[in-house]
Design a binder for this molecule. Sequence first.
Ligand SMILES: [Zn+2]
Length: 201
Amino acid sequence: MSEENRVCPYCGGHKDKLELLCYYSNENIMWSDYRHLLPQVAVPSLVQKCPHCGKNYIIKASHVLIKDTADFEFIDPVGWNYFSQSYEDYSKLEKDDVVDYNHRLRILGAFNDEFRRIQNPPVPTEQGLHIFKDNMLHLMEYFSDPLDKAEMYREIGLFEECFKQLDMVDDEGNESKRGYKETIFNFAKQGNVSPFGWRAE
Ligand SMILES: [Zn+2]
């Protein structure tokens, strides 16, 4: 991580600890919200909060993947709490599409980690749900496949939109795609908004 990412662009203050996102996932399980396949991955959060002036800023490395966390001893792992608290600021920050896509994907994954991917999860607040939906609608703009869009609509509870997208999916001769489509359809019919695990081939 380059030194410039540790300097706040607003007040020039130095940041010793970078916020880090940790993903834990079972090997070979792909999640319908694009969670990683790797059992353990750590990446720096694209949005960092300055400990001196309290402002949020975006780091320069747009898609860094760190597999060896030994190099990063001064990092705090963060999750949904961090994303939800910085969301309003984040929405106003200037960023390119790569940063935006990456960050929004991580917001999606963090929400599901906190509220949906586990047994007996806590209930999100109204504000949290609002952020989740707003984020998903922005994230969706980066996707063109109706199968992706259907799953995204399902996870924010817009089931009619989900069905409309599913109708547009061409799964002719593709068993795996058909199975995936049916799973989305069945969950949507039940009003289920949780992501599901998918065994990668
Ligand atoms: Zn600052």
